[in-house]
Design a binder for this molecule. Sequence first.
Ligand code: PEP
Ligand code: MG
Length: 560
Amino acid sequence: MTALTGVGVSPGIGFGPAYVLARETPVPPSDARHGGDAQAERARAARVLEQVAADLEERGVRAGGEAQEILNAQAMMARDPGLATGVAALIDAGGSAARAVYEEFGRYRELLVGAGGYLGERAADLDDIRDRAIALLEGLPMPGLPSQAAEPYVLVARDLAPADTALLSADVVAAFVTEQGGPTSHTAILARAMGVPAVVACPGATSISPGAPVLVDGASGLVRPAPSEEEVTTARNAASAREAVLAAATGPGMTSDGHAVPLLANIGGPRDVDAALKYGAEGIGLYRTEFLFLDRTSAPSDEEQEAAYLDVLNAFPGGRVVVRTLDAGADKPLAFLPPQEEEPNPALGQRGLRLLRAYPQILNAQLGALARAAAKSSAKLQVMAPMVATAEETAWYVAVCREAGLPSAGVMIEIPSAALRASDLAAEADFFSLGTNDLAQYTFAADRQVGTLTALQDAWQPALLDLVALAATGAAERGRPCGVCGEAAGDPVLACVLVGLGVTSLSMGAPALPAVRAALSRHTREQCLLAAQAALTAVSAPEAREAARSHLPGLAGLAL
Ligand code: PEP
Ligand code: MG
C-alpha cells in the first residue's frame, strides 16, 4: 500500500501495528418491528439509553480532567429528552427499539452535520452513543478499544469518539490516524494534550490492514503503511536526534543574550496541566474555558467552575495563569441559552465578548468563580476577553473584571481593528495576547475551518506580521506586555521573529515548548530583530520564512 497523506495535527513520529477501529455495529433492518407491546419496548429503549449514559459518566470518573467533562457532555446527549421522545414515537409506530434508536439518532446526526463547525464535529460522539445503545439492545459486544496492549499501536479509525480515547495513554497509543475530523476535532485536541502524534482528514486510512506496521509523521501528515526497515530507522533516528538536541535546552525561555521570553502553555482544562509541567511551561498563557460550558443543557455551577480553575492555579504556585473567559457563540453555541437567531456569517456574529455582553450573568458568574479560586492560590491569575474589536469594549471588560476583584485584565488581539488601534486598547487593558488563528482568519477573510484556504491562514503572511508589529508597538507605547497564544507561537522559527517584533511571551500547545525554547536559546535578541525586519520586507509567506531563517544561523543545528 502506498503512503497516505492527511493533516498533521500533533507533531512527532509514531510507529506500531495498526489497530483499525471497525465500528461495525450492524444496521437494524428497516422492517424490524417489536412484538406488539410498545410500552415495554419504550421502557427497554429508555433503560438502555440511561445505561449508556451512566457508563459514559463512569468512564469519565476513571479518566478525570478534560476527558471527564467531554464524557459528561456525551452522557447528556444520551439523556437528551428530544431524542427520547423521537425514539418513543418510532416505537409507537411499530418499530423495534434498536431500529428506532438507529433512525432517530440518524435524523439528529444530519442536523449536527448540517450545522457544521464545532457541532458537526460532535457527530462522532452521537454515532458512538447510537452504536453502544444498539449493541446493548441487540445483545452484541460493545464497540471499544483495548486500553492495554503488548506494544503501542497506531489507532486508525474513521473518526474517534471521546469514549474511545479518554482511557488511552501514550504508553498504549503510538499515534492516531483518522479519515475524518479537523484540527478542532476531539482526536486533535486530545492527541495534542497527550503529546501523541496524530494525523486527521486522511482519506483511505481505514483500508490499512489490521496489524500491519504503520509509520506516522504527525507534523507532515504522512502515513506510511508497511514501511521499509530503513524508513523506520531513519525516521526514528531523526526523531531521537531531534529530541536529544531539544532536551539540551532547559530552564526559562530566553535568548542567548539573556532577554527573557516566558514560555507558557495553552490548555483546555485541568487534564492538560501534566503535559504543561512535563514540557517545562512557566505558566499557562491560554486556558480555553469553553470546554466547561459547551454541550451542556445548564450552566456549570459556581462550585464546579471554581474547582476547575483552582486545579489549574494550584499547579503553578507563584506562576502566571491566564484564563480566557468564555469564547462561545457562532459555531460553539451554548445549549443552555435561549435559541439564538440564525446568523448568516456566524464567525462575524454574536461570539466571544459580544455574547458575554449580551449575557452578563454568565460573565459575572465566571469572574466570581475565578476571583474565589485566585484567593485560595498563590498563582498570579490574569483574565482576558476573546474577540475584542474596540477600545470601548476593552474598557467595559476591564471595568467588569475590576469590580469582580480581579486586578489583571487583558484582551486578545484577534480582530484587525484591535491591532490597528492597539495603542487605544492598551490604554485600557493590562496586557495583550495575540490570537493569531483568528487574526489570520479575519485579516485574509479565510475561514479557519476550511482546509483548502490554509495558505491564507499562514501566520508567516507579511500582512499578519504587520498587524503583530502594530499590536506589539501599541502595547509597548503604554508599557503593556504583549504575548502570543495562537498557533504561530509554537513555530520555533516564527517564535524568534515574534520576539523580534516586540512580543513579550509565547504560549503554545505544551509539546511545542522544547523546540521553541531551543530556538530562542541559540539566538540573540538582535538576531531576532534582524529576522523580524527581514520577514516584514518580504512579499509572501514563503519569502518571509526564508528571509527570517537567513538571520537565524542557530536553527541549522536544531533539525527542525
Ligand atoms: C486564536 O484565535 O489564535 C486563539 C488562540 O484562540 P482560539 O484558537 O481558541 O480561537
Ligand atoms: Mg480565537
